[in-house]
Design a protein around this ligand. Structure first.
Ligand code: ZN
Ligand code: CA
Length: 372
């Protein structure tokens, strides 16, 4: 009996330690699997499909920049939780720096990995047009009576529990910012052919952006960089089990998550390898402090681009156009061939408030919505 109690105590304290994790994406995936058993099968298919996509399209790196429209849903009870626009803008800037490898701390990437550090060619912008075709700042603000949200509920992605429903998950990256409980900094839903109706990323308001209410040591916006990595199908660099696989070949095998700010090299030859460089603890998909993270690899980039092409294809052509001046934004060098609607019918008269696809002579396509 005493032994049983001790085991229970250990179990509870283990759960407590887990509750202090940086990231709840694994827990969120397990929640979805327990709720919808089919989700597990879809997730299994993803790794095979992703590997095939990368193997069949070796030239993926030559694709143009993908710009993802973002809507930030601020759900607040106290005024501190109602974070200012400047904090949100700082986060978008950080994402663009990190995903394009324009982050100033890239100089801290150890030289041995400089050659595989990637410009992911993915950018983010606050949405300029909402799902109804109206101009928007890309920021929604919802006052709530819910003191704290969590993965297991109350859920910030559900209006019925004091949150707000996502915008069309095929066309936007939804980011909820709220008071997130359980010691978590954030969580995300990973892609598959079966997208959660709450698809997106949730981030605690004290670790979003690099200004305002953002707190050390998670005050440089890397929680969102990390969680959006999951949303684009990246796994934790240690593979969520000791010396497990993150399905990326150029990231070294790693025993477990790292916290704080280790020195390089850290844990050389771990997992019975001959890797004298040790853990890539400065990768965005580890758990180190914000100021110690500085790279995605080329292998991770390939996985993210595969995720967009396979499971989030609308994002390839979506962007944030100037809603007051859509008609004049045609690019200079390429020639417009025709304009079609969502069913592929050619448009001669420009209808307003519905998506249109501009097809150019260089083969590129732009999605636009014309508003009056
Ligand atoms: Zn994570
Ligand atoms: Ca790896």
């Amino acid at each position: 009996m005493i032994k049983k109690k001790l085991t229970l105590l250990l179990l509870v304290s283990t759960i407590f330690i887990y509750a202090q994790e940086r990231c709840g994406t694994e827990a969120n995936t397990l929640k979805l699997i327990s709720k919808y058993p089919d989700y597990a099968k879809e997730r299994e298919k993803v790794n095979t499909e992703t590997k095939n996509w990368i193997a069949n399209l070796p030239n993926y790196q030559s694709k143009t920049i993908i710009t993802i429209p973002v809507v930030v849903h601020v759900v607040w009870k106290t005024s501190a939780q109602n974070i200012p626009d400047t904090q949100i803008q700082s986060q978008i800037e950080i994402l663009n720096n990190d995903y394009r490898r324009n982050n100033i701390d890239q100089i801290n990437t150890p030289g041995v990995w400089g050659g595989i550090a990637a410009d992911s060619e993915i950018e983010f912008c606050l949405a300029t047009i909402d799902p109804n075709g109206n101009p928007t700042t890309g920021i929604t603000r919802t006052q709530t009576s819910t003191s704290q949200f969590s993965i297991l509920g109350p859920s910030v992605e559900d209006a019925s529990s004091g949150g707000i429903e996502p915008w069309d998950i095929d066309n936007y990256l939804n980011i909820w910012v709220c008071n997130l409980g359980g010691g978590l900094l954030g969580y995300a839903s990973q892609p598959s052919n079966w997208l959660s109706s709450n698809d997106g990323v949730v981030i605690g308001y004290t670790n979003f952006g690099n200004s305002g209410n953002s707190n050390e040591p998670y005050h440089k916006g890397r929680t969102a960089t990390h969680e959006i990595g999951h949303w684009l199908n990246l796994d934790h660099i240690w593979g969520d089990n000791n010396c497990s696989d993150d399905n990326v070949s150029d990231t070294p095998k790693q025993e477990e998550d790292n916290y704080g700010c280790p020195g390089f090299p850290h844990n050389p030859n771990s997992c019975s390898t001959t890797n004298s460089n040790g853990d890539m603890f400065m990768n965005y998909m580890d758990y180190t402090n914000d100021q110690c993270m500085n790279l995605f690899t080329k292998g991770q980039k390939a996985r993210m681009l595969a995720a967009i092409n396979l499971y989030r294809p609308n994002l390839i052509y979506n962007t944030c156009v100037d809603p007051t001046n859509v008609i004049n934004m045609s690019t200079s060098n390429k020639k417009l061939v025709k304009i079609v609607d969502i069913l592929g019918r050619e448009e001669n008269k420009l209808n307003t408030n519905s998506p249109l696809f501009y097809i150019y002579d260089d083969g590129s396509v732009e999605k636009k919505i014309i508003i009056e």
